[in-house]
Each structure stands twice: as C-alpha cells, then as structure tokens.
Design a protein around this ligand. Structure first.
Ligand SMILES: Cc1cc2nc3c(=O)[nH]c(=O)nc-3n(C[C@H](O)[C@H](O)[C@H](O)COP(=O)(O)OP(=O)(O)OC[C@H]3O[C@@H](n4cnc5c(N)ncnc54)[C@H](O)[C@@H]3O)c2cc1C
Length: 484
C-alpha cells in the first residue's frame, strides 16, 4: 500500500518548514502535535534568526559566510575539536550547511513567506550584527510561526492533529520506518492509534525535561530555573529504533532569565532576550559593578555571573545580577520593553533613585559611557555598544532595570543527523524513511549554540528534511509501507 501522507511530528518552526516544502510539492502532510496549541518553543523566540550576508545587515556589510562559519566553529568548541574521522566530517558538514544556507533561509522567510526581518542585532559570540527580527510589534518567533501556520492551514493536503502524543516509531522488517504510534484522550479514555508514512521528527529539545533526560545527563543543573515548560524529550523514541544520539551532556544555561519580584523563586522564567544586551544593555552585579563582556558567548557570560555573584547571597540556585539599559537601547527594543514592563520584569527609573539599592551603579555607568564614547577601551573587551546613547551620567538620567539570573534554556545534544537531515544509526548509516530537524538533533552547535542559530537550523534543516522526505515519498510508488 502506498502511504497517503508524510508524517511530521511537532508543530514548531522545524516541523512547519518541512511541511511547507512537502506541500509545495503537493505531498499530503499529517502533522501530529502533543499540545493543544501549535508552535512549540519556536513561537516564544524573542531575539531573532541569523543569516549572513543579507540585504538587511548594516551597510557597509563586511559579514560573510566565512565569518559566520568561524564564529560557529569557535562557539562549538571542544566537541568539534576533539572529533575525528567521519564524525568530524559530519559535524563540519552540518556547520557548513547551516551557515552556507543562512542567507537563503532569510530570503525564504522574507521574500517567499513575507515576514519582516529588517532589524538586525549583534548577539554574543558573533563578530557582526546578523540576528534578524521584524521592526514591528510582533516578537520574531510569534511572527514567523503564525505566518507559516497561516500558510499551511488553508491547504487541503494538510491535516494537523493536536493533543496527539507520538509514543513509538514503527519499523518494517527491512528496517524502513513506516509510521508512528500515538495516543490521545477521548471521553476520558486514552486512545492508541497508528499512522503510516515516512516520518520527519521535529519534536524539539529536552531543556524542559528536568526529571527525565536532564536529570540523567546533567544532574548538576537540578534546581536551576528554566525558560522551558515541562516537556519530556523524544530522543529515546528514536533510540528505540536504533538512532544514535550525541552531545547529550551539552545543555545551554542562558545568562538572563527574568526574576519576577512577585514570584522570585519560580522554576520557569521568562527569558530576557539576548537582543537586550545586543542592542546595548549591560549586566551589573547586585552592588552595581560590571563584571563581563555582555556580548561574550552565552556559556562565558553565564559562568562569569555564577563566579562573580558568589560573594552575594543567592536564593535557591539563582544569582543576583541586574540588566540595565539606557534610553537609546530601550528605544531600539520598544516591542520587548513594552512586554517586559507590562509583566513587571523591567522598570523605568533614574540613576539617582537606584543609588541606595545598587550603590556602585553610578560609577559603573560613568566608566561605561567612556567606553561608548571611545575615550577608553572596555576593560572586558566589549566591541559593540549597540544603540546605547547615554554619554553623561546624572542622577536624573533615565535607565531601565530588571533582575536576571541564569536559566536552563536549550539542549545542544540530540539525535545524530547528516547534512541531508537523515537520522543515522550507531554505525553512521541512515535509517530509511526517517528525518529529523531542529532542536531534537545534536552535534551542530557543539558545546555552545550561538543566539539566533536555533531558528536558523529549523529553517535550513527543516527545508532539507521536507525536500528529502518528498523525494523519498515520490520514489515510493509501488512499495508496501503499511501492514494494516
Ligand atoms: C523563550 C525562548 C526564546 C528563544 N529565542 C530564540 C531566538 O530568538 N532565536 C533562536 O534562534 N532560538 C531561540 N530559542 C530557541 C528556539 O526557539 C528553539 O530551539 C527552536 O524554536 C526549536 O524549534 P523546533 O521546531 O525544533 O522545536 P519546538 O518549536 O519546540 O517544537 C517542537 C514541537 O514538538 C511537539 N512534541 C514534542 N514531543 C512530541 C511528541 N512525542 N508527539 C507529538 N508532538 C511532540 C512539542 O509539543 C512542540 O510543539 C528560544 C527558546 C526559548 C524557550
């Protein structure tokens, strides 16, 4: 029997991108999503998506694929350096594919899907401004996901079933993946059903799986708050049918999750987007001193926060750090600031009003404005001050401040894929009929993902996975995939 559809597991950016590629070739798609609402973590993305070179980058634009490649390799660090042979080649191919197709990914979103990506910020670990978002009021994750959802929902070849949790991948005797088993609740009963067809898995990472995969691979992170709601990782489902996993111990602890004064010990926190630092924001300790180049890689900033703030009292596993913006940085981030102030996470105040609460802030700001006006070099090596405009620090100088602490955020590890998004087994062989894209996959980012490169991997490898699954489906004519 010829399968009637390709199955896409997960309705985040990777799944939606693969779906658009499939529908573009008039191939039916069944999307299975475990939650009642689509969008996954993709819909929460707040800083943007990387691409180089693009027409939206500041002019003159000296950014290049080579520069983006070098930044990604530097950020990936030890796992890439230590790899050898076929594993090294595989990792290098993934990085080359990511950065080489980044410009095309931006134009696919902007030109073909009509998404505004005209604002560009420089995030940590990047040597150029290359993280794109829109100029309007919508955060980038919401804008991208809602636009793509709008594209697919009207298509007669597309069917999305929410509240469906995929629990098993089905495999034929020959080894080919032939479909999935999934569960859902109907009239208070758990129903188990099967769907048949080639499968693209785009079910995201495990940074929200505190009691499961995180506890297993990184027990030392227990108790550190997270930006991710509880959701169990799906890598084990693929391992059950022989897929290999890699880098599972590499978990990104993002430096800045907001501490909400109404619920300071909340286990799930709202992310303070990296764009806040990229557009000019600085980090100061509880007493007001700066202590790090805020545009260093995330792992470096997080480490500095945990080290520097040691001498201050911590609550549970949280650290006492303030994020401070001036009016210039705030103006570049109106959409973000509106949301964060509405939530009570950032407040507008003056340097004078903060004098008692953060005693050394005035001095730290005076030192920093000398860096901004290029009177001195930044002692921490910061090169770009974004849109910071404050040049004279007075008691009445207006600033925006919020408390932040490191948060578990993203998992670099996951199932092993090649540059064709094929899922590989322990011998490095593709498992026929199975592709994966997005945060479920591992090895691309090594020990540290650059901000903006996750949305990018969803688009780049989601498109590849969709095209590969389409070609496979079209070549299936006459083959028997399902036994029922
Ligand atoms: C607050 C926040 C801000 C971020 N900001 C940025 C940013 O600005 N730029 C950037 O590049 N990255 C950012 N990231 C990271 C990025 O958003 C994610 O890594 C990326 O969106 C993952 O996309 P995905 O499609 O792989 O998975 P998701 O978007 O997480 O989608 C996976 C979907 O699969 C579903 N699913 C899981 N298991 C099953 C199952 N068994 N059966 C059926 N469905 C299942 C989930 O419910 C989910 O809807 C941010 C992350 C967070 C949490």
């Amino acid at each position: 029997m010829i399968p009637s559809t390709v199955i896409v597991v997960g309705s985040g950016l990777a799944g939606l991108t693969a779906t658009i590629q499939l529908l573009g070739q008039r191939i039916p798609v069944l999307m299975l999503e475990r939650f009642s609402h689509p969008g996954g973590n993709s819909i929460k993305a707040s800083s943007g998506i990387n691409g180089a070179p693009t027409p939206f980058q500041p002019i003159p634009n000296s950014d290049s694929v080579a520069a983006f490649h070098d930044d990604t390799v530097t950020s990936a660090g030890a796992p890439l350096v230590a790899a050898s042979g076929a594993e090294k080649t595989r990792r290098q191919n993934l990085i080359e594919t990511l950065v080489g197709q980044s410009s095309g990914a931006i134009s696919w979103l902007a030109d073909e899907q009509g998404i505004d990506l005209s604002r560009v910020a420089q995030l940590g670990g990047h040597s150029f401004a290359r993280t794109h978002r829109g100029a309007g009021k919508k955060p980038p994750g919401y804008d991208i996901v809602s636009t793509l959802l709008g594209r697919v929902t009207g298509d007669e070849l597309f069917r999305m079933e929410t509240g469906r949790r995929v629990t098993k991948l089905l495999r034929e005797a020959g080894g080919q993946v032939s479909g999935v088993e999934y569960t859902y609740v109907r009239d208070n009963e758990t129903v188990v059903e099967k769907a048949y067809g080639p499968v693209v898995v785009a079910s995201g990472g495990f940074a929200g799986d505190a009691r499961g995969l995180l506890a297993r691979y990184r027990p030392d992170l227990a108790g550190i708050p997270s930006t991710n709601d509880h959701r169990e990782g799906t890598q084990p489902l693929l391992q059950e049918i022989g897929a290999a996993v890699v880098d599972m111990e590499h978990v990104q602890v993002h430096p800045t999750g907001f501490v909400d004064s109404k619920d300071p010990e909340a286990a799930v926190k709202i992310l303070a987007a990296e764009a806040l630092r990229g557009e000019g924001g600085i980090l100061v300790r509880g007493d007001g001193r700066r202590f790090v180049n805020e545009l260093e890689k995330r792992e470096t900033v997080t480490h500095a926060m945990m080290e520097q703030a040691k001498e201050f009292p911590t609550t549970a596993r949280q650290w006492d750090v303030n994020l401070v913006l001036d009016e210039g940085a705030a103006a570049a981030l109106q959409m973000h600031l509106g949301f964060y102030t509405m939530k009570g996470l950032i407040r507008q105040t003056t340097v004078g009003e903060l004098a008692e609460e953060i005693p050394l802030l005035h001095g730290a700001l005076r030192e920093y404005v000398d860096v901004v006006s290029e009177k001195t070099k930044d002692p921490f090596g910061r090169q770009s001050c974004g849109h910071w405009t404050l040049t004279e620090v007075l008691p009445e100088s207006r600033v925006y401040v919020g408390k932040v602490t490191p948060v578990v955020h993203f998992t670099m590890g996951g199932v092993v894929i090649n540059e064709r998004s094929q899922v590989l087994d322990g011998q490095g062989q593709p498992i026929p009929g199975l592709w994966a894209a997005g945060e479920i996959t591992g090895g691309l980012h090594g020990q540290n993902r650059l901000g903006g490169s996750s949305l990018l991997e969803c688009v780049v490898f989601g498109r590849i996975a969709g095209d590969e699954a389409a070609a496979f489906y079209q070549g299936l004519d006459g083959q028997c995939l399902a036994s029922s």
